[in-house]
Design a protein around this ligand. Structure first.
Ligand SMILES: NC(=O)c1ccc[n+]([C@@H]2O[C@H](COP(=O)([O-])OP(=O)(O)OC[C@H]3O[C@@H](n4cnc5c(N)ncnc54)[C@H](OP(=O)(O)O)[C@@H]3O)[C@@H](O)[C@H]2O)c1
Length: 333
């Protein structure tokens, strides 16, 4: 595993980050539940293989739950990350977690205002069993709160030693520029990184958020780098059992695999010809795209994790990078 500076924070992180939105899961009593023991094994395996950066969120349950009224499993992913890394040298890994999403039924159980953020970070730290998080993320825009307040609160949390740096996720490029411009009009420190979706098939932010971040030496944490499995050939596999498509109805709407079938086959042939897998080629393309990009890999099986980590050993030439960049004609935002 190689380590590189996370934008201008100077913190050295692994080229790949492990995400915990979906954890290994199975059906128990007719309900899909997280397999805690296997999840812990997966996180520790990632650590043993050199990943030193783990991404989670206060709202992550480890499985998707459509039942919005149930807050029972909110924060479960944070608890599992905490359990998995407990006893490990705190200096040997970095954690990112997020705030904004609804975590409970009360009026103030969501948002990026000072009241909720102060409460949310204390709950996240409790669940993670940690004294601080390295990277705290505004999970999405909150139109009811001014960015000056959000930014000031983040700066206060930094001064209190509860977080080291902050970033923003799922914001428009305009919002990102507004956050960055705060430094010209106030003593507020802007975010140090962004977290957004970007992969060979979904390139809507390539010339906006990703570009603005790079121009400002901000790291970009890249989510869904494999288009949730499509770019790993998950839907070429005969056995689709327990796949995200099988258990998430909303995934069916994602027609990427259907509209791009021919190109995906060409992509698979390209990976075959290099003696690597589709997931390794897709991740390697991102790693080669620039020193500011950090793919967050999802994996629900240890063999997927092991396969994906080997992407860091792949070498791509400039001609291959541009050939891949031009391969997929039908793209989604
Ligand atoms: N900020 C945000 O709003 C936001 C949003 C989404 C995600 N994220 C973060 O980004 C992380 C990654 O997102 P993601 O899970 O969508 O990423 P992804 O890497 O695009 O998709 C992961 C899924 O792809 C399949 N897969 C992975 N490796 C595979 C392999 N080698 N062979 C076959 N299939 C493979 C697995 O699906 P199956 O389980 O179906 O096998 C796995 O769960 C999340 O965990 C979370 O931390 C953040």
């Amino acid at each position: 595993m190689k380590y590189k500076s996370f934008g201008k924070t100077g913190i050295k992180v692994s080229e790949l980050i492990l995400g915990t939105w979906y954890l290994p899961n199975s059906v128990v009593d007719g309900k899909r539940s997280v397999n805690r023991q296997y999840s812990i094994r997966l996180i520790r395996k990632a650590y043993d293989l050199g990943i030193n950066f783990f991404d989670t969120a206060d709202v992550y349950r480890g499985v998707y739950e459509r039942d919005k009224a149930s807050y029972e499993n909110v924060g479960l992913a944070e608890k599992i990350v905490g359990e998995a890394l407990k006893g490990y040298d705190r200096e040997s890994f970095v954690i990112s977690t997020k705030v904004v999403g609804r975590t409970g039924p009360l009026a103030n159980d969501s948002g990026s205002n000072r009241k909720h953020m102060r409460y949310a970070i204390s709950r996240s730290l409790e669940r993670l069993q940690m004294k601080y998080v390295d990277f705290y993320i505004v999970h999405g825009p909150d139109e009811s709160t001014g960015i000056e307040q959000t930014s000031r609160t983040m700066n206060m949390l930094e001064e209190d030693g509860l977080i080291l740096h902050y970033g923003i996720s799922n914001h428009s490029a305009l919002d990102l520029v507004k956050f960055l411009n705060l430094r010209y009009f106030s003593p507020l420190e802007p975010p140090d990184f962004i977290q957004d979706k970007y992969n060979l098939l979904e390139r809507g932010l390539e010339k906006t958020n990703i570009k603005v971040a790079e121009d400002n030496s901000l790291a970009s944490m890249i989510y869904s780098p494999l288009a949730q499995g499509v770019l790993a050939g998950r839907y070429f596999e005969k056995d689709k059992k327990d796949s995200r498509k099988e258990y998430e109805k909303w995934f069916e709407k994602n027609q990427l695999h259907a509209t791009n079938k021919n190109e995906l086959e060409i992509f698979r042939d390209k990976a075959d010809s290099k003696g690597i897998t589709m997931s390794q080629l897709a991740l390697s393309w991102l790693i080669h795209k620039g020193k500011y990009l950090f793919p967050i890999i999802g994996a629900t099986r240890i063999h997927q994790l092991e396969e994906n980590i080997r992407a860091t050993e792949v070498t791509l030439g400039d001609d291959e990078i541009s050939e891949l960049s031009n391969l997929f004609k039908v793209q989604s935002q």
